[in-house]
Design a protein around this ligand. Structure first.
Ligand code: C2E
Ligand code: CA
Ligand code: CA
Length: 495
């Protein structure tokens, strides 16, 4: 119900109560009192005074009540309960006003980089405290002026309107905010590291429409997120084109499973010494409206939309279903690597779902290598260590994918139950450089010392094969041996 309607209802009630009391007073004074005290000038004067005073007091009391109810309602309608900032309706209302009055302003869209994971891992209560702390930081920022607007747009998204500031002043604000909000937050014994992405749009330079202002700023914030987060991106036209393409992909992906547009390719993994196939990595493929769309393009969209969870299950299930077919056709036992994205891994029921698929398809989990990236490990280390131990205990093998591209801390290798390290293809492809060679050599030695297997990805030529053999790399994977193949081609070539 709107504030106006509720207020009208309350006012109507006051009038009714007032009428009832007046009638009661008339009954009491004129009918009852008159019986015992016949009318005199004094009595009728007193009656009048008492009546007027009582009515005035009553009216004052009722008005006060209604005002406080009205204020509460206004607060509820325009103030965000959790943070005390302006809410979405308030921002929209203010924006309409600003568009009429202001000549220039910046609108900033602020979005947490991984709030969903904070909620998933620590629960909503802690998530709320994080939001509250960040909104306090925002409010207390020294660059914010009284006339600026700070609002909570929805969930973990905030919108700030800075009036009459130069681009440089906006940069100062943004940089200080990025620094302040990325400090670890300590709640209930947890150290929560969190950061934000900021997208900004300028009125009137970028657009003059209020709906576009918000959308463009959001698109810019998404771009900032894609660039790794903890950064600021100013809106530009190409970002809209990119966002439209993503929307198209997301829409397509929603029905891709149903329409059976997704399928698997298998890329052989080779033993360096014997050149025999020892395993395959399953890589997903998508043909949509007769076009091949690369996983590099659609996996991030699937991750962002959450569709990766369903897709990830599909990949694992399909892999498991194909294992007996491949092993029987090739006449040998192999390892089967599947990629696990962060969004999947941080899902609370990831382990349960994964185990379930293995049970349903009746596959030995020791044949499955779960490939996780370094970024997964770096985020919520304790949770990840626990989860990986549980997966290992169940029987899965664990590989670290794209090793060397992330934060590469050797410390976690000691803590994690890892079986295989996969050297990222960027190292393989520049192995002729002395420095790269030295890095690759140390990664290989490290794996040997930790009793782990080591695989080099992206092997494209004989020189790379020879260098890696010389360095004692166990396994190789790359176009030199084979591109990812369809099931039929894998069986045809390796039979
Ligand atoms: P990735 O896990 O690092 O997979 C290896 C990528 O390198 C594959 O690209 C593969 O085709 C390509 N590749 C293999 N050998 C060579 C080579 O010799 N030279 C070059 N230049 N490239 C080579 P693809 O299939 O396009 O996949 C790209 C990325 O998409 C994968 O990188 C992985 O991160 C992701 N991805 C693919 N399938 C899945 C999946 O089922 N689930 C998830 N979560 N991610 C997937
Ligand atoms: Ca991989
Ligand atoms: Ca890789």
């Amino acid at each position: 119900m709107t504030v106006k309607k509720t207020y009208r209802k309350i006012s109507f009630r006051i009038v009714i109560i007032y009428i009832i009391i007046s009638l009661f007073w008339i009954l009491l004074s004129d009918v009852l009192l008159f019986r015992f005290f016949p009318e005199s000038m004094f009595i009728s004067m007193m009656k009048g005074i008492i009546y007027i005073s009582l009515s005035a007091l009553l009216l004052l009391y009722l008005m006060k009540q209604s005002w406080s109810v009205q204020n509460d309602l206004i607060a509820k309608e325009y103030v965000d309960d959790l943070t005390g900032l302006q809410n979405r309706s308030s921002l929209q209302k203010n924006l309409t006003m600003i568009l009429q009055n202001e000549e220039r302003f910046h609108l900033l869209f602020i979005d947490f980089d991984r709030f969903k994971m904070i909620n998933d891992l620590y629960g909503h209560e802690i998530g709320d405290i994080v939001l509250k702390k960040v909104s306090d930081t925002l409010r207390d920022n020294s660059h914010i002026r009284f006339s600026d607007i700070i609002s909570r747009w929805v969930a973990d998204e905030f919108v700030v309107v800075l009036k009459n500031k130069s681009d440089h002043e906006v940069d100062l604000f943004v940089n200080s905010l990025l620094a302040e909000t990325s400090a670890p937050i300590h709640i209930a014994g947890n150290e929560i590291v969190n950061h934000i992405s900021i997208g900004s749009v300028h009125y009137p330079e970028d657009t003059t429409k209020s709906s576009e202002l918000l959308r463009f700023a959001e698109i810019a914030a998404e771009e900032a997120k894609k660039n790794g987060g903890l950064t600021h991106v100013r809106y530009r036209k190409e970002l809209s084109d990119k966002a439209n393409r993503e929307l198209y992909l997301e829409e397509g992906l929603k029905y891709a499973i149903e329409k059976q547009e997704l399928f698997l390719n298998f890329q052989p993994q080779i033993a360096t010494n014997t050149h025999q196939i020892i395993g395959v990595e399953t890589l997903i493929r998508w043909v949509h409206e007769e076009q091949f769309i690369s996983p590099g393009e659609f996996i991030p969209v699937a991750e962002k939309s959450g569709l990766i969870i369903e897709i990830g299950d599909l990949v694992l299930r399909e892999t498991c279903i194909n294992i007996p077919i491949i092993e029987e056709s090739l006449g040998k036992e192999l390892d089967f690597s599947v990629n696990v994205s962060a969004r999947q891994f941080y899902q609370k029921d990831y382990i349960a779902r994964t185990k379930q698929i293995i049970k349903e398809t009746n596959i030995d989990p020791a044949k499955i290598v779960l490939e996780i990236t370094e970024s997964i490990i770096m985020e919520y280390t304790d949770f990840v260590i626990e989860s990986l131990h549980e997966l290992r205990k169940f029987g899965f093998q664990i590989a670290i994918d794209d090793f060397g591209t992330g934060y590469s801390s050797f410390k976690y290798l000691e803590l994690l139950p890892v079986n295989i390290i996969k050297i990222d293809q960027s190292f393989t492809q520049s192995i002729e450089k002395i420095r790269t060679k030295a890095i690759v050599q140390s990664i290989i030695s490290l794996a040997h010392n930790l009793d782990m297997k080591i695989l080099a990805e992206g092997v494209e030529n004989l020189f790379q094969v020879a260098s890696l053999r010389e360095m004692d790399c166990h396994y190789l994977q790359g176009y030199y041996f084979s591109k990812p193949l369809t099931l039929d081609n894998l069986i045809k070539y390796y039979k």
